[in-house]
Design a protein around this ligand. Structure first.
Ligand code: B4P
Length: 191
C-alpha cells in the first residue's frame, strides 16, 4: 500500500505531478483543491462557504477539509493507495491524516516536497490565471496564498522531517525531469 503526500507551495506542481503518479502507480487521487472547486461549481452550501475563503487566498477551515478526507478514505477500502494532493495544509490536518490512516490500518509512505522559488511560483500561477478562470489566480490572491503557505503549511515540513517521511524534490525544470526524481523515490519504496 502506497500512501503519498504531494506537498508544496501554491503552483509548485502538485496537481501536475499527481496526474503522472496516478498514471504510473494507479493510486486513488485525492485533491482537496479539486474537491472544493467541484463543490463551488455544483453550487452547494459547502461550495459557497469554501469560495469565500479560496477567493481571498485563505485556507478553508480544517473541520470541513478533514471531514471530506475521512469520508473519502472510508469510501475506498479497496484502494491500492492514495495520493494526497494539497492535503494536509495545516498541522491539525497532518495529525488528523495520521489518525484516519491508522484507524483504517494504513500508514503514510512518504511526503514528496516540491521545492520551487517564489518568483517562479508567481509566474506560473499568473500564467495559469490567463486560462484557468480561477478566482484565486491573480497577483493579489497569489501573494496572500504564498503568505498563508509560509505561515500555516510550511511548518509541516519539520513535522514530517521529524517522522523521517520528508523527501525534498527539486520542483523546477521540465515536468518529466521532476517526475523522474519522484519515480526514483517511489520506486525505492516499492522494491
Ligand atoms: P490547490 O488546488 O491545491 O492548488 P495550487 O496549490 O494552486 O496548485 P498546484 O501546486 O496543484 O499547482 P499545479 O500543478 O496546478 O489549492 C487551491 C486553494 O484551495 C487553496 O489556496 C485553498 O484556499 C483551498 N484548499 C485546498 N486544499 C486545502 C486544504 N487542505 N485546507 C484548506 N484549504 C484548502 O501547477 C501550477 C501551474 O504551474 C500550472 O499551470 C502548471 O501547468 C504549471 N507547472 C507545473 N509544473 C511546471 C513546471 N515544471 N514548469 C513550469 N510550469 C509548471
Amino acid at each position: 500500500m502506497l500512501n503519498i503526500i504531494i506537498f508544496g507551495a501554491p503552483g509548485s506542481g502538485k496537481g501536475t505531478q499527481s496526474l503522472k503518479l496516478i498514471e504510473k502507480y494507479g493510486l486513488k487521487h485525492i485533491s482537496t483543491g479539486d474537491l472544493l472547486r467541484s463543490e463551488i461549481k455544483a453550487g452547494t452550501d459547502l461550495g459557497r462557504l469554501a469560495e469565500s475563503y479560496m477567493s481571498q487566498g485563505k485556507l478553508v477551515p480544517d473541520d470541513i477539509v478533514i471531514g471530506m478526507i475521512e469520508n473519502l478514505i472510508k469510501e475506498h477500502p479497496d484502494a491500492t493507495g492514495f495520493i494526497f494532493d494539497g492535503f494536509p495544509r495545516t498541522l491539525a490536518q497532518g495529525k488528523a491524516l495520521y489518525e484516519v490512516l491508522e484507524q483504517n490500518g494504513q500508514d503514510l509512505s512518504v511526503v514528496l516536497s516540491l521545492e520551487v522559488e517564489d518568483k517562479e511560483l508567481v509566474e506560473r500561477l499568473l500564467k495559469r490565471g490567463e486560462i484557468s478562470g480561477r478566482s484565486d489566480d491573480n497577483r493579489e490572491t497569489i501573494e496572500a496564498r504564498l503568505q498563508v503557505y509560509y505561515d500555516q503549511t510550511a511548518p509541516l515540513k519539520d513535522y514530517y522531517q521529524g517522522k523521517r517521511k520528508l523527501e525534498k524534490i527539486k520542483g523546477q525544470g521540465s515536468i518529466e525531469d521532476i517526475f523522474a526524481s519522484i519515480e526514483r523515490v517511489v520506486d525505492g519504496l516499492i522494491e
